[in-house]
Design a protein around this ligand. Structure first.
Ligand SMILES: O=C(O)CCC(=O)C(=O)O
Ligand SMILES: [Fe+2]
Length: 302
């Protein structure tokens, strides 16, 4: 009894949060109010592209996080966890320290680097990014997780509230920062403009979560049918390094199939919840111009 209880507890963070001095040029990240056209675009389409939000040197520092994480993992994996072998139904969650070298050449997600890396925090909490999101959701936002993708996610079309619905009354918003120019063969992001206006999928308990493969299949069918009814078609995002794509919590999106596995699509995807509706027992920490959810790394199955 006690043993099973203990196994279910999240693992404590082993390494302290690293503090590194990050001196970024403020010019490109300086907050500027969104235009009326931007707001209108967001309302009608459920996404917004912020071109060249990050300068080349920032992008390079962000992209270096992959090499650093892999190179140092045996000595100190900073408690990082990856989802390896994502494609082909073989996904496995493991400690980065335990990941074989070859896992890096396949599709994987490096989870929550923001918990241990100040360069990542500086990017996902860049003032211009925060101010845009604040305008779009009408509240401050808190980064609740981050995903580093070295290749396209190949994730089927979905809505992020299947997996991380915001607390009652709150909103979810997502940013995806391109760490390199996206090639069409690298499995680019695809999305259905306007799909955020479709009534949300609700499970039998009346919430937006997909808790098992059956609910995921139902939700997938539901959105496919609604998109067809409304004549919505998917669009592909071929971003340039430094571009940032923001999407609405109900935008239907996914990662297209990778045609050429030699092509990377390095990106950082961050999910944020609105701050004023964060559960009171969640540890929300101020950092730089914004806030992050301070929590444990994802638990790895024994
Ligand atoms: O960039 C992608 O391929 C999609 C990632 C995604 O959907 C997510 O992390 O929520
Ligand atoms: Fe997603």
């Amino acid at each position: 009894m006690l043993k099973s209880l203990v196994r279910r507890l999240p693992e404590p963070i082993k390494a302290p949060i690293r503090r590194r001095v990050v001196a970024y040029g403020q010019k490109v990240n300086a907050p500027a109010p969104l235009s009326a056209a931007d707001h209108d675009h967001w309302k009608r389409n459920g996404y917004l592209i912020m071109p060249q939000l990050f300068a080349p040197e920032q992008v390079a520092r962000g992209a270096a996080g992959f090499d650093e994480a892999w190179a140092t993992r045996r000595a100190d994996d900073r408690s990082l966890v990856i989802d390896a072998y994502v494609t082909g139904g073989t996904q496995r969650r493991m400690h980065l320290a335990d990941a074989p070298d070859e896992a890096r050449s396949e599709v994987y997600k490096l989870n929550d680097l923001y918990l241990v890396d100040d360069v990542v925090r500086s990017m996902i909490l860049a003032p211009a990014l925060l101010s845009a999101m604040r305008e779009l959701v009408g509240d401050d936002v808190v980064a609740i997780n981050s995903l580093h993708f070295e290749r396209g996610s190949t994730q089927q079309f979905h809505v992020d509230t299947y997996y991380m619905p915001p607390p009652p009354g709150g909103q979810l918003i997502v940013s995806s920062i391109c760490l390199e120019d996206v090639h069409a063969d690298a499995g680019p992001l695809q999305y259905y403009p306007g799909s955020h206006l479709i009534d949300p999928f609700l499970n039998d308990d009346g919430d937006r979560r997909c808790r098992n493969p059956q609910e995921l299949a139902m939700a997938t069918d539901y959105f496919a049918t609604r998109c067809a009814e409304h004549g919505l078609e998917p669009t592909t995002f071929l971003g340039r390094a430094g571009d940032t794509f923001l999407w609405h919590e109900q935008l239907l999106h996914g990662g297209s199939a990778i045609v050429d596995m030699a092509r990377t699509r390095r990106s950082i995807v961050t999910h944020y919840w609105t701050k004023s509706t964060m559960p009171p027992d969640d540890l929300v920490v101020a950092w730089g111009a914004g806030h992050v959810l301070q929590r444990n790394h994802a638990p790895v199955p024994a």
